[in-house]
Design a protein around this ligand. Structure first.
Ligand code: ATP
Length: 432
């Protein structure tokens, strides 16, 4: 198995339409990136898999989709206005800026010049709501999706019949004016989060924290991430936010080292209490069985859709040899693969393209599939291997006689003949 490098994966992403540099025809914009036709499918599959595992596959979690621009008081209550900062230093010679906590020494890593003292830089993007550009109209693009959940806690309790323990989940864009974005999809200024706030009775929080730590780790391995490149790292007492009782990071071994994919925190009743204080609204919960009122504790698994998409891409990347020819293959889990199958006529004659097209049209009603009749069959297989398509359906002269096609498996490299009217059923069983 060939180890992926960032460079190889970035090149593949560009070449095959997974991810493009943002605003490329204007020279690009910092670390802004755009998902192309295959990337958008991959990332959507990541988000769908999360939503199924965390929301629709359970009976105790519901979803919401809150506004990106929220009342500025939200960020005061949450602590982001005062504390969502990174320490920033400037180089007195070359004027570049760095995150102080990224630097080893006291001289500029770019030119060796002298650095200023660190000052706190708030990572929230500021904008104005309405036509007046004055302080009374300042607002922020949300730096996390979580606060949209807390401010809707009461709405959800009052309009659903959920009883504690229950969760509210959200997937959506967040914005952080990162001082040093980089490593491709790993750190950008605009990214998507997949967050769950799971509300529990105080006292039940430790066991729910364990539950979510296990569930979330399993989610990554179920979708094919190598267990040896995954670990859970508990936060030390010095790292723990003042309001958090416990926190751990799910980390992946990226080519640049171990780094966070997801944070899982026991945030106690900090957020609901702060919003209750700042809004003046009661955000407690009444347990009608036990006849008691309390402010729930919350367990928060907070994942990045782009970061996990990058991890799935890196982990899937492989190079091997097929019949003496080098091949690049993305061994993506079939659930994540942009196309579940590709249909090929072996020859561009004898009615094979029409027959293959017919199968393609039938499959397309069930799965995202591709059709390819250009070039040698070996080339066509390799084109699909490179984008992670797990199955190939080939129509040949025998198809025309007995109605069977070959089904090729990307990883096992096996080929079996099956009846063309069994293809949907067979693919469904293999995709899982
Ligand atoms: P980091 O320490 O890497 O900056 P964080 O601890 O600030 O991350 P959280 O606030 O816990 O991150 O956000 C939860 C998740 O959101 C992260 O685990 C990550 O997957 C994702 N995320 C956070 N910031 C970014 C970013 N700038 N680009 C892409 N994904 C991000």
């Amino acid at each position: 198995m060939a180890a992926a490098t960032m460079e190889k994966v970035v090149n593949l992403c560009k070449r095959r339409g997974f991810v493009f540099p943002g605003s490329e025809i204007y020279g690009g914009l910092g670390s802004s990136l755009d998902y192309g036709p295959l990337g958008v499918e991959l990332k959507r599959n990541v988000k769908d898999a999360w939503w199924r595992a965390v929301v629709t596959g359970r009976d105790d979690v519901v979803g919401i989709d809150a506004a990106l621009i929220m009342h500025p008081a939200v960020w005061e209550a949450s602590g982001h206005l005062a504390g969502f900062t990174d320490p920033l230093v400037d180089c007195r010679s070359c004027k570049q800026r760095f995150r102080a906590d990224d630097l080893q020494g006291t001289t500029c890593p770019a030119c060796g010049g002298e650095l200023t003292e660190a000052r706190q830089f708030n990572l929230m993007f500021k904008t104005f709501v309405g036509p007046m550009e004055d302080t009374a109209h300042v607002a922020y693009l949300r730096p996390e999706t979580a606060q949209g959940i807390f401010v809707n806690f009461r709405n959800v309790v009052e309009t659903s019949r959920l009883k504690i323990p229950f969760g509210i989940a959200q997937i959506g864009k967040s914005f952080r004016n990162e001082i040093t974005p980089g490593n491709f999809l790993f750190r950008t200024r605009e990214f998507e989060q997949m967050e769950l706030e799971f509300f529990v009775r105080p006292g039940d929080d430790d066991s729910w924290f364990e539950h979510w730590r296990e569930e979330r780790l399993r989610w990554y391995t179920d979708l094919g991430l190598s267990p040896e490149r995954l670990r859970v790292r508990p936060h030390g007492a010095d790292e723990l936010a003042h309001y958090a009782k416990a926190c751990c990071d799910v980390e992946y071994r990226f080519p640049f080292g171990w780094a966070e994919l997801e944070g899982i925190a026991n945030r106690t009743d900090f957020d609901l209490r702060r919003h209750a204080e700042h809004s003046g609204k009661d955000l407690s919960y009444f347990d009608d069985e036990r006849r008691e009122r309390f402010v729930p504790y919350v367990i928060e698994p907070s994942a990045g859709a782009d970061r996990s998409t990058l991890a799935f891409l890196l982990d899937a990347y492989d190079e091997d040899q097929v019949e003496g020819e080098p091949r690049i293959v993305l061994r993506l889990h079939p659930k994540l693969a942009p196309y579940k199958a590709a249909v090929f006529p072996l020859l561009r004659k004898d009615g094979q393209p029409e027959r293959a097209r017919h199968i393609y049209d039938a499959l397309r009603r069930h799965f995202p599939v591709d059709y390819d009749q250009a070039g040698s069959i070996g080339k066509r297989y390799r084109r699909q291997d490179e984008v992670g398509t797990p199955f190939g359906i080939t129509v040949d002269h025998q198809t025309m006689q007995d109605g069977t096609v070959t089904l090729r498996d990307r990883d096992a490299m096996s080929q079996v003949r099956i009846a063309e009217d069994r293809v949907v059923e067979e693919l469904r069983a293999r995709i899982g």
